[in-house]
Design a protein around this ligand. Structure first.
Ligand SMILES: [Zn+2]
Length: 96
């Protein structure tokens, strides 16, 4: 890993930079990425299910409809993820 404060290369399990003393919040980062994955999974499931219910009256094969809804769900989730990561970058980028 690389120290986010000074850019020194550190062992992967470091909790503190030996060069500048920056405390690396590895646990927080891991928890955050779990939250992101969980949120994306919920969005994917919600969008796919919603589309599946909404398109219920369309007379096409149920399996085909399910696959199409899942694909649409993946696309929407991907767009959501892109927008949210862009927003996060903007927010953290504006911090001094
Ligand atoms: Zn450092």
């Amino acid at each position: 890993m690389i120290c986010p404060n000074c850019g020194t290369r550190l062992p992967e399990d470091s909790t503190r930079c030996h060069f500048c003393g920056y405390v690396i919040q590895q646990e927080n980062n891991r928890a955050n990425s779990y939250i992101v994955i969980f949120t994306l999974a919920v969005v994917l499931l919600a969008v796919s299910l919603l589309l599946f219910v909404v398109t219920g009256k369309i007379k096409i094969d149920t399996r085909l409809r399910a696959i199409l809804c899942l694909i649409a769900g993946v696309v929407v989730t991907w767009i959501y993820w892109k927008i949210s990561s862009w927003m996060t970058r903007r927010i953290s980028g504006s911090r001094p």
